[in-house]
Design a protein around this ligand. Structure first.
Ligand SMILES: Nc1ncnc2c1ncn2[C@@H]1O[C@H](COP(=O)(O)OP(=O)(O)O)[C@@H](O)[C@H]1O
Ligand SMILES: [Mg+2]
Length: 285
């Protein structure tokens, strides 16, 4: 895999690199947050009774911030992401994206789920361009951009291949390209590498870090991997078991661009330790 520093400039995704920890206001009015969650609760009616997935959750994410969300399985992470995406309505509370209330799905977002959801009848590039077709945008004008993105994730030679001809990691790279092709200011990712082996995960995380360091996107990234969260993020929030509450809100001030070697550093280990301790404590309490 190509190291981040060797990657060519990403014209398709962004312009210049940005200081990701600085407040870069790209969405909404100056001073607004990219994502504002206030008093958010979500209850599901199930056969076994009422399940409270989220209860009075508050969160503000700066524009341009890469936020990871970690927490035990079933604590409400996916529910939070789906509500932020407008795919699921909250029971109470509000979500604003770019200063606008989220009441239904919107187009200015890229979403990547654990399952890549590629259409088997379409080639890699056709799957990426599906995003453009669905939005009624001129497909021809985006072909070069799609090729450029494929190149950035090392898939130039696989543009014409069908999903069944691609490995799991390649398929997920294609779905990341599909989430980025329309250059959305917000990227929502729900355990996007969850189905991949450890080595592929590392490689693709490196690709994502590289793409995001050069773009001005706000990212909400849900993961089970603490190490992945610290590696990729400007900020990590740790949630408790259901109903999810934020027990730790940590800024990751490790310099960028980040390299895989940094994962062995003391400062990286220190961040990991803090999160691990919390998750472990909660599990045993
Ligand atoms: N559509 C649904 N109907 C009923 N219960 C649901 C639904 N979606 C999620 N839940 C429940 O809400 C809780 C949180 O789920 P989820 O957000 O998927 O957790 P996580 O992503 O953290 O693993 C779980 O107990 C889950 O069973
Ligand atoms: Mg989930």
């Amino acid at each position: 895999m190509v190291q981040p520093s060797e990657r060519p400039q990403i014209a398709a995704v962004s312009a210049a690199p940005v200081e990701r920890n600085s407040v870069v206001q790209l969405l909404g009015s100056p001073g607004s947050h990219a994502i504002t969650v206030k008093g958010l609760s979500k209850r599901f009616q199930t056969k076994a009774g009422l399940v409270t997935a989220l209860s009075d959750l508050n969160l503000a994410v700066d524009s341009g911030q890469f936020l990871s969300v970690v927490g035990p399985s079933g604590c409400g992470k996916s529910t939070l992401l789906k509500i932020v995406a407008g795919l699921v309505p909250p029971s109470s509370g509000t979500v604003e994206v770019g200063g606008k209330a989220v009441v239904k799905p919107y187009t200015d977002v890229g979403i990547v789920f654990q399952r890549d959801l590629l259409l088997e009848s379409r080639t890699a590039i056709e799957n990426i361009l599906l995003q453009i077709e669905m939005r009624g945008l001129p497909v021809k004008q985006y072909v070069d951009k799609a090729k450029d993105l494929l190149e950035k994730v090392g898939l130039t030679d696989f543009s014409g291949k069908y999903p069944r001809e691609l490995s799991g990691g390649m398929r997920q790279r294609v779905s990341i390209c599909r989430a980025l092709i329309h250059d959305p200011p917000l990227l929502l990712m729900d355990e996007p590498f969850g189905a991949l082996d450890a080595l592929t995960r590392d490689e693709i995380a490196l690709d994502l870090a590289w793409l995001c360091e050069r773009s001005r996107k706000t990212v909400m990234f849900i993961t089970h991997s603490i190490s992945e969260a610290v590696f990729l993020s400007d900020r990590v929030i740790v949630m408790t078991a259901r109903p999810a509450a934020i027990v730790k809100d940590m800024i990751v001030d490790i310099a960028r661009p980040r390299s895989i070697e940094q994962r062995d550093s003391a400062e990286f280990e220190q961040h990991l330790h803090q999160i691990r301790e919390l998750l472990f404590q909660k599990r045993n309490s």
